[in-house]
Design a protein around this ligand. Structure first.
Ligand code: AQP
Length: 330
């Protein structure tokens, strides 16, 4: 079975439709065919401003949401990153393999630091920690959205470089990106990716939104003036984004959608999509709440996941320590 690993930041109260279609849906599906490790990456979340109590709670809510979406802790290791100390330990080693200029080329750092008043070194070295996250598990495939492609390339480069210098140590991972849903766009500004930090809250459908809120956001999505449901991401980014969402959630194809709504305008199309979105995502909030009702049990599940993760992570770390000339971790 291939080894799969991915992570998500607990930086908001709810994940959104972009997280779901770009990554989380694949997490759930891959459990059937892979040996999966999924984590809530709280170490990454502290690279931007945060409130400790809120972070702590969001890590739990994030884990509960993942379970509500179908991540099964019996089959996959589900854990919180900070409970596995091997992550920052390997990150230090990987940092020593990374060129300063190489790290400086990461576009996510440029984008995110431009939005911050105060930029931390942690935000700069974020992709190096991410490389360590992935390499610790001898990961074959990393299900992520398109915005993570550059970080995956860096991870591959670092693995190849380390293996070349010190001898075979890490599996070189591949990004697992589903083309059709690789970048879900903001509903209010369809030239940008859907994001929690989007300017307009109307542009982002949260998984924990009330179904009516979801419907409203879909119905008020920005489209264009030619009233034709046709796939053309260049010229019709708004409509094309909605079509991608429809195809993914409604298990249909772009061609079928075009045929179905030919000559009918946007009203019918948006109305139907609003129902598809509300039906698919609506039940997640209640299921999340159920998992949150027993916090002690949730914490136990996460601790068990961390134990399972450490068994693999500690083996890889010991190997890397030996290769680089360190004494073994005790
Ligand atoms: N719009 C998107 N389309 C497809 N995939 C997306 N992902 C994020 N946005 C989209 C994927 O979701 C996973 C988790 O991402 P993260 O924890 O790094 O969250 P993020 O990138 O911080 O999410 P946001 O909303 O984009 O946050 P901000 O506003 O802080 O930048 C990843 O696999 C990511 O590719």
């Amino acid at each position: 079975k291939p080894r799969v690993l991915s992570g998500i930041q607990p930086t908001s109260d709810s994940f959104h439709l972009g997280n779901y279609l770009g990554a989380l849906r694949q997490w759930v599906a891959l459990q059937d065919v892979a040996d999966a490790f999924y984590m809530v990456v709280d170490l990454h979340a502290i690279t931007v401003e945060h409130e400790p109590k809120v972070l702590h709670e969001r890590s739990r809510v994030s884990a509960a949401q993942l379970m509500a979406l179908g991540v099964d802790p019996e089959r996959s290791a589900l854990f919180v990153q900070s409970q596995v100390p091997e992550h920052p330990m390997l990150a230090w080693i990987m940092g020593a393999q990374t060129g300063f200029g190489e790290a400086g080329r990461m576009t996510q750092f440029k984008d995110k630091s431009a939005k911050q008043e105060r930029t931390t070194v942690g935000l700069f070295t974020y992709p190096i920690l991410q490389a360590a996250d992935i390499l610790l598990y001898q990961t074959d495939q990393v299900p992520v959205g398109e915005d993570q492609r550059q970080h995956l390339e860096l991870t591959r480069d670092l693995a190849i470089r380390f293996n070349g210098t010190y001898g075979q140590t890490f599996t070189v991972p591949d990004a697992y990106i589903v083309k059709e849903t690789a970048t879900i766009k903001d509903l209010a500004e369809p030239e940008k990716k859907m994001s929690k930090s989007s300017a307009s809250p109307r542009g982002c459908v949260y998984l924990l939104d009330e179904p009516n809120q979801m419907r409203k956001k879909i119905k008020s999505a920005v489209t264009d003036s030619d009233a034709e449901v046709r796939y053309d991401p260049e010229r019709k980014p708004g409509v094309s984004n909605l079509m991608n969402i429809y195809a993914a959630l409604g298990s249909t194809t772009l061609d079928k959608i075009e045929a179905e709504y030919a000559g009918r305008g946007y009203g019918d199309f948006k109305g139907d999509l609003a129902e598809v979105v509300a039906d698919s995502l609506g039940p997640i909030a209640a299921r999340t709440k159920e998992y949150l009702a027993d916090r002690a049990e949730l914490d136990r599940i996460l601790a068990k996941g961390a134990e399972k993760a450490r068994q693999v992570a500690s083996r890889t770390l010991a190997k890397a320590y030996k290769k680089i000339g360190f004494f073994p971790p005790v």
